[in-house]
Design a protein around this ligand. Structure first.
Ligand code: HAM
Length: 569
């Protein structure tokens, strides 16, 4: 039981984002949106939960994400009308059941009064508003019985078979004229779907590709460039920079092969856009690490070789890596376990097993990056933790723990992504090669805040600050234009009216309270606004207001008519 000394708290691994931090979040998102729009991306919003099999098939059963970290639940059982009707039509069973009820069903097209007496449904009244076919009438009855069955919770007993006296009856008129006594037969069986397994999305790429397939976006023929901003959920051990609900800013570029979706130019463009975005956000010291995991065939060949190489050393690895060596050997490569590093370094590298076209693809990505002056390092062990990747994989990091400019502790991957040329087919869709990334927004914000606080660091000294008018450098807080301090409760109404006037011309204004002492008003105003406007008896009478500028400490008298203009400067 929650008590005042033990109140309810946010669930472990989740957190509230509050002002003034949310101002920074919004600013970051608006810079991302502006960069995305310059590169021709449109926004996609997919549901926060999906069918579990989407992630099992897309991200991979053996990945940490799917095998350990998903929030999955069984949705409630649903009634399967189709299976009832199928069984009904097949006419299984033959037991007459007892129902005693009288009911009327109103339908848009007709009213039906049905009476249940021992074992029969009698159509008492059948008023048609328009011409109604026999099948519509039968369906209406079926629906009624079904609803009744669901409501009474005794499906198997009540689901019935409708037997009309004459199969030849083809219209409602005939139906009525044929002494509508209907026998009910019991249909044994399970008419409920096994419940559906649902999962809070641990990432957004699978959902985007599902939507691409579902809405046949590929048939438009051109490249689909989609971005998203939203929460994701993974049951990971929470720590700084790692949460159970976290936010991603991501984008995907995919389309039919004829749209150029497979081209290395797309990879380079996505990476160049990320470099631009991080620069515009003012992130310092980012590093791009790249690798190619080859085509699906390259990977298959490499996996056999990797398994063979792991077999003799497997027992020397940490228990986690021993398990990975069995279930998902690629993941051994990006293990962070310090004791296993020397052994892992001896393993064969995937780069040496790429076929000619994967090699050429990777080389083309690298030379396009060089042409755009985007710096990178190649990390042959970068395989990433999701199974859908093919060819290019990448991560952007900022200096890790120990470095005050990081703010992320050991969680130094700011963003990750790569190419996924076979994902659409894995989800039952058409061929649609693609590439994308997701930025951990929580980590991005921590980095910006840490870099702002680090020695020599000016918060977002580049465009983040430049673009935000009056962004307070310490708190990232946007200060309001003015704080109106009414002197005495009798000035409250006039203060509100003045605030309304200023807000309507676009100024941001806070109104104090006339019961505050002047000192308190000044303190409150200094915290939130650039100017304080005093509204006392004299001011109300003369229409000349006293205005103090906090930055300079200067106090002046300004006519109410000129106030808005003065506050804008
Ligand atoms: P990911 O590497 O699993 O890739 O996640 C991308 C980023 O999300 C990470 O680099 C990290 O910044 C952030 N992140 C992941 N887990 C957490 C967490 N528990 N707490 C805070 N931040 C976290 C994907 O999700 C792929 N869908 C990326 C992608 C898009 N690949 C192709 N297209």
């Amino acid at each position: 039981m929650p008590t005042p000394s033990n109140p309810l708290k946010a669930v472990r691994g989740t957190r509230d984002l509050l002002p003034p931090d949310t101002a920074l979040w919004n600013r970051v998102e608006s810079i991302a949106r502006s960069v995305f729009s310059r590169y021709g991306f449109g926004e996609i919003r997919t549901p926060i939960f999906e069918d579990t099999s989407l992630f099992a098939r897309g991200v991979g059963e053996e990945t940490d994400i799917v095998s350990k970290e998903m929030y999955t639940w069984e949705d409630r059982e649903r009634f399967n009308e189709k299976s009832l009707i199928d069984a009904w039509l097949e006419g299984v069973g033959n037991t007459v059941i007892q129902i005693d009820r009288e009911v009327s069903i109103a339908d848009k097209r007709f009213d039906l009064l049905v009476k249940y007496t021992s074992g029969v449904i009698e159509i008492v009244e059948f008023k048609h508003k328009k011409d109604v076919s026999l099948s519509a009438a039968v369906n209406q009855l079926k629906r009624f019985i079904t609803d009744y069955a669901i409501a009474s919770g005794t499906m198997a007993e009540i689901a019935g078979r409708l037997v009309f006296p004459s199969r030849k009856a083809t219209s409602h008129k005939e139906l009525i004229s044929l002494s509508p006594r209907i026998e009910i037969e019991e249909i044994p069986g399970d008419f409920f779907y096994s419940s559906q397994s649902l999962t809070l999305r641990p990432e957004n790429t699978a959902g985007v590709v599902r939507a691409y397939i579902e809405h046949k976006l590929g048939e438009r023929g051109d490249l689909q460039k989609l971005f998203y901003i939203g929460p994701q959920f993974r049951r990971e051990r929470p720590m700084r920079g790692r949460y159970r609900q976290f936010w991603q800013i991501g984008a995907e570029v995919l389309g039919p092969v004829t749209s150029g979706s497979e081209s290395p130019l797309r990879d380079a463009e996505v990476l160049e856009m990320l470099a631009t975005l991080l620069d515009e956000l003012g992130v310092k010291n980012w590093q791009l690490a790249l690798n190619s995991v080859g085509s699906a065939e390259d990977r298959k060949r490499y996996l056999t070789i990797l398994r063979d190489a792991l077999a003799p050393i497997q027992h020397q690895l940490c228990p986690d890596n021993q398990r990975r060596a069995e279930t998902n050997p690629l993941r051994v490569l990006d293990s962070k376990d310090p004791n296993d590093q020397a052994l892992i370094d001896t393993l064969p590298r995937i780069a040496d097993f790429l076929d000619d076209s994967s090699r050429a693809h990777f080389d083309a990505v690298l030379s396009a990056l060089a042409a755009c002056s985007v710096p990178y390092v190649i990390n042959p062990r970068l395989v990433r933790g999701l199974d859908y990747y093919t060819r290019t994989t990448f991560e952007f990091t900022v200096p890790s723990s120990g470095d005050p400019a990081s703010g992320l502790g050991t969680q130094n991957a700011l963003l990750g992504g790569g190419r996924y040329d076979g994902l659409s087919e894995m989800l039952g869709g058409p061929r649609a090669p693609g590439i994308g990334f997701a930025i951990g927004e929580d980590r991005l914000i921590l980095t910006l805040q840490a870099q702002a606080g680090a020695p020599g660091g000016v918060p977002g000294e580049r465009s983040l600050l430049a673009g935000v008018a009056r962004l307070d450098s310490e708190t990232w807080e946007t200060k309001l234009d003015a704080y109106i301090a009414p002197l005495g409760p009798e000035r409250n109404a006039a203060a509100l009216a003045l605030a309304r006037e200023l807000r309507r011309v676009g100024l941001s204004v806070e109104v104090g309270d006339g019961s505050f002492r002047l000192k308190k008003s000044f303190e409150a105003a200094d915290r939130v606004a650039r100017y304080i406007v005093i509204l006392g008896e004299d001011e109300a009478r003369s229409g000349i207001l006293t205005v103090k500028t906090f930055a300079s400490g200067e106090q002046t008298k300004i006519a109410q008519a000129d106030l808005a203009q003065a506050l804008r400067t």
